[in-house]
Ligand binder design. Structure first.
Ligand SMILES: C[S@@+](CC[C@H](N)C(=O)[O-])C[C@H]1O[C@@H](n2cnc3c(N)ncnc32)[C@H](O)[C@@H]1O
Length: 372
């Protein structure tokens, strides 16, 4: 047994034991796909202790390269939209833009996708091509279409897949538009997050088909959702569980903050709810629904820290801080953001703070509604 085969078996045994890998067909598919083949370009490892986050390259042949390929970890493969591991000596402090998702999540999602033998599948976010290869191993490449936004990432995935003798359709483009030429699909799976489920995915899916995607937003909370497409062109379903997060689809990334408004102005009142609630994942999800255009930052003012929510498009903002044991909010702009947040959290509390698994998602031509 080679090192690699041994490491792969160990990983798959662990994924079976923790319930990510649940069914025989997916076990057989996972056994056939060597993850390291999709990481030959290396990856970035987080440098511990660095603020706000520094990354150092690990290249093929480095001592811990092969071992890491078979750890249950996400491995960042591109940073800041262009930078690959081989481009860097030392460290880089920019945001990741492509990665190989941790295998437990990849396989859990593939299981949750409930494919059948002849399902036609559209994947959004090819990345390294590892998950695409798993789909091909399970379904056969002619049933698999995968879209990657980034040209370099897409071409590297094509090469890695070809080395495994796999030739699915890999489209370079914006996956939020789907890929009409291979439609209709039975299943759509996204390995990047979205703020709202694109109508193109619904239009390109057969009635009865499933869409599995992470729905997230700009307050850094997200959850996996599985929607069924209906005859009338709408889709609905539930959030699943696991606090699943993915990098947002590039067109859904927040706009730059730009020049901030003068935050000394604004109406001040005592807050009913303090911004300390934003440490909780589910609470952030609920807040995100109330203020979908808001981004969060922390600012120093008059010697205290303020949590600021700001919607750069509308110009609305709210600054929340603690003063002698009381929470104060100061806000301005067309919408009183924190009023909306408190109202929404009030309704969620009145309903008994339901967990995300109890939330339902519905997408119609009028838009997306998430409720509990
Ligand atoms: C987490 S990675 C994908 C992981 C991949 N499935 C794997 O197993 O290696 C997310 C990918 O989505 C891509 N992406 C972001 N926005 C996209 C979009 N609008 N359409 C298609 N791909 C997108 C990113 O470039 C990135 O490569």
């Amino acid at each position: 047994v080679t090192d690699e085969a041994h490491l792969r078996k160990q990983l798959l045994d662990a994924l079976t034991a923790n319930g990510s890998l649940r069914t025989e067909p997916w076990k057989r598919a996972a056994e056939r796909v060597p993850r390291h083949e999709f990481l030959r370009g290396g990856f970035f490892r987080r440098v511990e202790g660095a603020v706000p986050g520094a990354w150092a390259p690990v290249l093929e042949g480095d001592a811990n390269w092969l071992g890491a390929c078979y750890e249950d970890e996400s491995l960042v493969t591109q940073i800041a939209g262009t930078i690959l591991p081989a481009d860097i000596r030392g460290q880089i402090m920019r945001a990741p833009t492509s990665s190989s998702t941790l295998p437990s999540l990849v396989l859990r999602m593939l299981e949750d996708l409930r494919v059948e033998q002849d399902s036609e599948v559209l994947e959004i976010g090819t990345g390294t091509g590892y998950s695409t290869a798993l789909l091909c191993a399970r379904l056969d490449e002619e049933h698999v279409t995968s879209i990657e936004y980034d040209e370099t990432v897409a071409s590297r995935a094509r090469t890695a897949l070809a080395r495994q003798d796999l030739f699915p359709v890999i489209v370079t483009g914006d996956g939020l538009l789907g890929h009409a030429p291979s439609a209709p699909y039975d299943r759509v799976i996204a390995t990047c997050g979205v703020r709202t489920v694109p109508t193109a995915w619904i239009e390109q899916t057969r009635p009865g088909g499933l869409i599995l995607t992470t729905i997230g937003g700009w307050l850094d909370s997200s959850e996996l959702a599985r929607l069924t497409v209906h005859d009338d062109g709408t889709a609905s379903g539930r959030l699943l569980s696991g606090e699943v997060s993915f990098m947002l689809a590039r067109p859904h990334m927040p706009p730059p903050l730009g020049l901030l408004p003068d935050m000394n102005e604004g109406k001040e009142r005592e807050a009913v709810i303090g911004s300390d609630v934003l440490t909780d994942w589910t609470t952030r999800f609920v807040v995100q629904l109330a203020a979908p255009g808001a981004q969060r930052l922390t600012m120093e003012r008059d010697g205290h820290q303020e949590d600021v929510l700001i919607d750069v498009e509308s110009g609305s903002w709210a600054a929340i801080y603690e003063d002698a044991g009381r929470w104060i909010v100061r806000q301005d702009g067309p919408e009183a953001l924190w009023d909306g947040v408190e109202e929404q959290l009030g309704r969620w509390h009145a309903a008994g703070t339901p967990a995300l698994e109890e939330f339902t998602v519905s997408v119609t031509p009028e838009g997306q509604t998430i409720s509990w």
